[in-house]
Write a protein that binds this ligand. Structure first.
Ligand code: NAD
Ligand code: UDP
Length: 326
């Protein structure tokens, strides 16, 4: 069997009638993940405290008998019987994770301890949604998994960056000390339908501003870069990682290796929306990473994965979504 067939086979074997917990399942990425897992035949338990997630994101899943929704905050323990866990609970947009930074780090640390404790008790495999933010403002480019990062431990972003780094540490220590079956993915900027309208991330901000013909707010000179991955590609990579054989822990970068300046993104959005918006420059937030692009060679080899959706196509789909909801 070749590697792709092996992964597909493994995916079918494990997801069929498996009970899968998705923490943060009512969020942007989590809701797409719940949907894919249900489509693959799994029973899905979605746990969310609705801080940044929304019932609208999972409304279409509620009629399925294989889908359960539990309002719960992972900073408190929870007792469930499951076979696999995707730990996504954590606000991801800088505005949201900075509005209650102590809660953000509690979610990353105490939340991870609670969910790892659950994984240990029921011997479930657990995947941690980590982030490119563990690399901080990187001084190597593109970022590979063996790069240890350049993170400000006392800055505005550290509740998230250091929280996610601590969560990775906890995953590894539960694995080494207690034999918990863990997987870690480092997700780079992901966008697509169901991003929250108020979450302040660059793709949703620019699309909403363009659709309303308002000024497009570029922070700094707009020459800093990001690589944008469409949510279908990200969730595909996350599931493939969960289905890799025992002993392969990661971390694995998941992202699109095409890199764009923020100014290029603004221009693309204006063109695709036929907007009359003008670009305006605003002060750049502190510790905003200057460049970010994943090296995805490990994901290509180990998961047989690479993004399929180019930025232009992904933006068109995302624009159509925001047009519908505003
Ligand atoms: P999101 O904010 O849309 O989703 C996070 C979900 O977690 C929300 O539904 C929220 O209500 C829930 N949540 C937050 N704190 C919780 C708590 N204490 N208990 C229970 N639920 C809680 O964000 P997203 O973009 O979907 O991100 C999902 C995960 O992926 C996060 O862990 C994030 O760090 C990671 N990630 C996302 C990106 C990205 O670009 N979107 C990049 C890197 C990593
Ligand atoms: N950004 C911007 N205008 C906005 C929102 C964000 O120029 O209205 C910039 C932000 O400063 C950063 C990049 O876009 O350099 C990506 O920001 P986002 O919040 O989407 O994600 P992150 O900084 O976590 O990568």
């Amino acid at each position: 069997m070749n590697q792709t067939n092996q992964i597909v086979h493994e995916f079918d074997r494990l997801t069929n009638h498996k009970r899968i917990l998705v923490t943060g399942g009512a969020g942007f990425i989590g809701s797409h993940l719940c949907e894919k897992l249900l489509q693959a035949g799994a029973d899905v338990l979605c746990v969310d405290n609705f801080f940044t997630g929304s019932k609208n994101n999972i409304d279409h899943l509620l009629s399925s008998l294989r889908f359960e929704l539990i309002r719960h905050d992972i900073t408190s323990p929870i007792y469930l019987e499951v076979d696999q866990i995707y730990n996504l609970a954590c606000p991801a947009s800088p505005i949201h994770y900075q509005c209650n930074p102590i809660k953000t780090i509690k979610t990353n640390v105490i939340g991870a301890i609670n969910i790892l404790g659950l994984a240990k008790r029921v011997r479930a495999r657990i995947l941690q949604a980590s982030t490119s933010e563990v690399y901080g403002d990187p001084d190597i480019h593109p970022q590979k998994e063996d790069y240890w990062g350049r993170v400000n431990p006392i800055g505005m972003r550290s509740c998230y960056d250091e929280g996610k780094r601590a969560a990775e540490c906890l995953m590894m220590d539960y694995h080494r000390q207690n034999g918990v079956d863990i997987k870690i993915v480092r997700i780079f900027n992901t966008y697509g339908p169901r991003m929250a309208v108020n979450d302040g991330r660059v793709v949703s901000n620019f699309i909403l501003q363009a659709l309303k013909n308002e000024d497009i707010t570029v922070y700094g000179d707009g020459l800093h870069t990001r690589s944008f991955c469409f949510v279908d590609d990200t969730t595909d990579g996350i599931i493939r990682m969960m289905e890799t054989p025992d002993g392969f822990l990661g971390p694995v970068n998941l992202g699109n290796s095409e890199e764009f300046s923020i100014l290029e993104l603004a221009e693309k959005v204006i063109r695709l929306t036929h907007s009359k918006s003008k670009i305006v420059f605003k002060p750049i937030p502190s510790d905003d990473p200057a460049r970010r692009r994943p090296d995805i060679s490990l994901a290509k080899v180990s998961l047989n994965w690479e993004p399929k959706v180019c930025l232009e196509d992904g933006l068109k789909e995302t624009i159509a979504y925001f047009r519908k909801i505003i």
